[in-house]
Design a protein around this ligand. Structure first.
Ligand SMILES: [Ca+2]
Ligand SMILES: [Ca+2]
Length: 541
């Protein structure tokens, strides 16, 4: 999950065409091919490809990873095979490539259509026109990590609690075809062109030259290395009017034509009040236009203990598609997904199906008087709720920076309705302390890491632990299950690899160049690990 800095910690440490359904239009342009009839061009190649599949079946299916976690459940699992079981940075064993990210990266890579998107900062400017602190999203070539384009965004400058200095862009973008959906550090929802400016400046948004300039400075020239913004929705403005706090973080859930986005609405810099109690916590936006379509109506604002950094998930329960959302109030919500055929011009209110308070005995009044209290406080949710076998698995508990240490993994029956606090709980498992991760579940085994430095392996059905191991350091990200292995990275710079089994079996651990505050990701046979300084692409050789 997020890795924003925390007030009070050391800054350094804390400083963290629908396409063109013709998604390859840009490539056609560059190669001088006939963009008007791509089908005619592709047909013979498709036939050859199908023939090749028949004659030479691939030993392992590989896929892009266009969204953080499994689409749409958010389960931290991947079907990739042949991933490395050992890594050696000195000899280069299983290192495919690396890419520098500056010195404060907390994002997770997403991979689609031959490109890798990853957040970074501007500690070493990639474009000499941009000097100083900026938040940056990099688009890299999947083959070799080469920079293709970058979105460079100046900080919100009123005061540092709005947009913490030096933190790399931390929202893992969501990719569909040649479109990218993400949040900037300025709490703007943006749709980007995956092909960047190289194929021209697309979309109604044409003001990139102003967007990347400092306020008051001259509009900059837009070049091939710059991002192409298709549309932009500023959540700080009406009608959403959320209040930024510390940092933006959302992994946007894409369902048909709708984007489901946690707004990051948060408390004011004193940590003693919510600035925008009426702002929604969850919104729905039309991916074609950036128009606000719906919001939650749960009045979560006054109960937000820190901010709203948990991203939504989706599952089908009894034939009904539900959206699951972890609020900044420690409550997990289920809403009916919007009907894509409905065409309302007014902003709708999401219909709640159930709510589950993960910490019903926590203080509900005068909540800000508990700020900094490590033994008694409200709870919140930072990791994502995972939908699996008609259940929701979610980490909840005291806030990492401002709350009590107590935290749990909750297993909730997703088939209920109304207020299912208590009645919907299938089991609850206490972790060692604060937990900002998202569970990884496969073969009835659940893996989770916590800020006490533990890796836990539980029975997903019963919540009983098979084994736990103190690995040391803090884990701010989540474990990933892939290829029969569990990968997890700690703030102590260590990447751990265990067998995804009931019995503890360590396969390897390796010290990387900087603390890890993110979640390993796998795509197309490659394992991606983000440290504060570097994106590593690991591949078995
Ligand atoms: Ca473009
Ligand atoms: Ca544009």
């Amino acid at each position: 999950m997020l890795w924003t800095s925390a007030e009070g910690k050391t800054r350094r440490d804390a400083n963290m065409k629908r396409g063109k359904t013709r998604t390859r239009k840009g490539r056609f342009d560059k190669e001088g091919l006939n963009v008007k009839s791509p089908e005619r061009f592709w047909r013979p190649f498709c036939c050859i490809w199908i023939l090749c599949l028949v004659l030479f079946p691939s030993p392992a299916w590989t896929e892009d990873q266009p969204q953080w976690g499994q689409r749409y459940t958010r389960n931290m699992v991947s079907d990739e095979k042949g991933l490395p079981g050992a890594i050696d940075l000195e000899t280069g064993e299983n290192v495919k490539w690396t890419a520098p990210l500056g010195d404060n990266a907390y994002g997770c890579a997403t991979i689609g259509s031959g490109k890798v998107l990853i957040g970074a900062n501007n500690e070493e400017p990639r474009d000499p026109r941009h000097q100083g602190d900026r938040s940056v999203l990099l688009c890299l070539d999947e083959k070799d990590g080469r920079l293709l384009w970058q979105l460079v965004v100046p900080r919100l400058q009123e005061y540092l609690y709005l947009d913490w200095p030096e933190i790399g862009m931390s929202s893992p973008p969501t990719i569909e075809g040649d479109r990218v959906y993400t949040l900037t550090n300025r709490f703007e929802v943006v749709c980007l062109d995956l092909d960047g400016q190289a194929d021209g400046n697309d979309g109604p948004y044409q003001d990139e030259g102003r967007h990347m300039a400092l306020p008051g400075d001259a509009v900059m020239d837009v070049t091939d290395i710059d991002a192409d913004i298709v549309w932009l929705l500023d959540m700080k403005e009406e009608p959403i009017a959320m209040a930024p706090h510390d940092a933006s973080h959302s992994s946007i859930l894409l369902d048909g034509r709708y984007l489901y986005i946690n707004t990051c609405n948060g408390i004011e810099y004193t940590n003693l009040a919510i600035r925008r109690p009426d702002a929604p916590s969850l919104i729905v936006v039309d991916k074609e236009t950036g128009r606000l379509v719906a919001t939650d109506g749960e009045n979560i604002g006054p109960k937000i203990y820190h901010s709203t950094w948990s991203s939504p998930s989706l599952g089908v329960v009894d034939g009904r598609k539900l959206i699951f959302f972890g609020g900044g109030d420690g409550v997990c919500y289920a809403f009916e997904a919007l009907d894509p055929s409905a065409n309302s011009e007014t902003v709708q209110i999401l219909k709640r199906v159930w709510r589950f308070d993960c910490d019903p005995d926590a203080p509900k009044e005068d909540i800000y008087k508990y700020a900094g209290n490590r033994t008694e406080s409200p709870s919140n949710i930072l990791g994502m709720p995972v939908f699996h076998n008609n259940r929701i698995y979610v980490a909840a508990g005291g806030d990492v920076w401002w709350g009590k240490r107590e935290a749990w993994i909750k297993c909730i029956d997703a088939t209920g309705s109304g207020d299912i606090t208590g009645s919907g709980e299938r089991w609850s498992y206490p972790v060692s302390r604060h937990c900002s991760g998202t569970p990884a579940i496969a073969d009835n085994l659940l893996f989770i890491t916590d800020c006490g430095g533990y890796l836990h392996c539980l029975d997903a059905e019963s919540g009983k632990p098979y084994w736990t191991r103190k690995l040391g350091g803090e884990f701010w990200g989540s474990p990933l299950i892939a290829d029969g292995k569990v990968y997890a990275g700690s703030r102590r710079r260590e990447l751990w690899i265990f067998a995804a089994k009931k019995r503890e079996q360590e396969l390897a651990h390796v010290k990387l160049d900087a603390p890890i505050g993110s979640t390993p990701v796998a795509a197309n046979g490659v394992l991606y690990v983000t440290t504060m300084k570097t994106l590593y692409a690991f591949e078995s050789k």
